[in-house]
Design a protein around this ligand. Structure first.
Ligand code: GRG
Length: 338
């Protein structure tokens, strides 16, 4: 089976299980709560697209890692749903904390229903995630259910740590690379690492495979975020020719910017005194290219991509098709353009 074929089977199963947990696992019928969850995933609209429910890379990675290690991926489905619910919970809360109006090209949940209802919907999703991870105990065995649940909650704590750093960075002018990596390690890499490791845990595989896949997910997350930072400046520019939503204009402390603030006095001066404006945008952009910030970001992304691929090579593979598909997905994620 190819990645396309796996996706064609897995994505409808993920969607079905997500819809079912929202409909059936909330003990009493609370249609308002269910409506808000369905809004978030884009299921209230008739012409809903894959984009509105997200790429679902975490559950797919979990299920593929499970298959790579010889698991029966259908039994790992509740774990995959649990991870996807935690991801969406974190997006809902992040959008409130960042005051973001748009998510996946649509109005954010809080913009439609208000902040109190959005916080509450996120909280309900968090609980559904816990309930779904516990179902792993019934599908596989109780100990595996507890192991996966423990890994999930440790990851949630790391996510909040990453978010804590990210929020703190808004008030800081200079952020060291070390603290930045700790932040993206928490915000982005931790959940991808948990996804791949829980894929291994639910396949009852060896300690070696569990470690290799945990490291794979972590490095993949760091590479994914480094490319995201690259796209936040040059992707926007190349794809739309517009500068207004570039990370350079919004003041986000992404990898190229923190590098330039640290290494280029002139960039620091302009950025601090004037901020990025329509007038000086071109100048700051070319400074990021000349002072090595663009190349530095590309090098970091490549370095973590190599680490991710090396960790994958350390896995003892039970299903070669699943492994090839995981490689294909890895390649897509670190060369992504959305
Ligand atoms: C889990 C208890 C707990 C708290 C969460 C709010 C918070 C604390 C953390 C923020 C985490 C966050 C929003 C990280 C961003 C991660 C990221 C790369 C999001 C984009 O992922 P994609 O591209 O999104 O997979 P789609 O839309 O495809 O699902």
């Amino acid at each position: 089976m190819t990645l396309k074929e796996y996706s064609q089977i897995m994505i409808p199963e993920i969607e079905k299980a997500l819809k079912s947990t929202i409909l059936k696992d909330i003990p009493d019928p609370f249609p308002g709560l269910q409506e808000m969850m369905n809004y978030h995933f884009g299921w209230l609209e008739n012409n809903n697209s894959q984009k509105s429910q997200g790429k679902q890379i975490r559950p797919i990675i979990l299920l593929l890692c499970n298959a790579v290690c010889g698991g029966d991926w259908k039994k790992a489905l509740p774990a995959a749903i649990s991870i996807e619910l935690i991801h969406n919970f974190s997006l809902i809360h992040d959008d409130i904390e960042d005051k973001s109006d748009l998510r996946r090209g649509r109005q954010t949940l809080w913009k439609i229903y208000g902040i109190p209802q959005a916080i509450n919907t996120g909280d309900a999703m968090f609980s559904l995630a816990q309930i779904n991870m516990l179902k792993v105990g019934n599908e596989i065995n109780k100990q595996i259910g507890f192991d996966a649940l423990q890994r999930l909650n440790e990851t949630c704590l790391i996510l909040t740590g990453g978010q804590n750093l990210d929020i703190s960075f808004e008030k800081e002018t200079r952020v060291s690379l070390e603290r930045y990596l700790l932040m993206i390690g928490g915000k982005t890499a931790a959940l991808l690492s948990a996804s791949s490791e829980i894929g291994a845990i639910t396949a009852l595989t060896s300690e070696n495979n569990r470690n290799a896949l945990r490291n794979y997910g972590n490095a993949l997350g760091l590479a994914f975020q480094a490319w995201d930072d690259w796209l936040g400046i040059w992707g926007e520019e190349e794809q739309t020719g517009k500068s207004t939503s570039s990370d350079l204009m919004t003041g986000k402390k992404s990898l190229p910017i923190l590098f330039a603030l640290e290494k280029d006095e002139e960039f620091l001066q302009i950025y601090q005194d004037e901020g990025a404006t329509q007038e000086n945008y071109r100048k700051l952009l070319s400074m990021l290219e000349n002072n090595g910030a663009k190349k530095f970001t590309e090098d970091i992304a490549k370095q973590y991509t190599d680490t991710a691929l090396k960790s994958l090579e350390e896995t003892k593979v039970s299903d070669k098709n699943a492994f090839q598909s995981l490689l294909e997905l890895t390649d897509l994620l670190i060369k992504r353009n959305n």
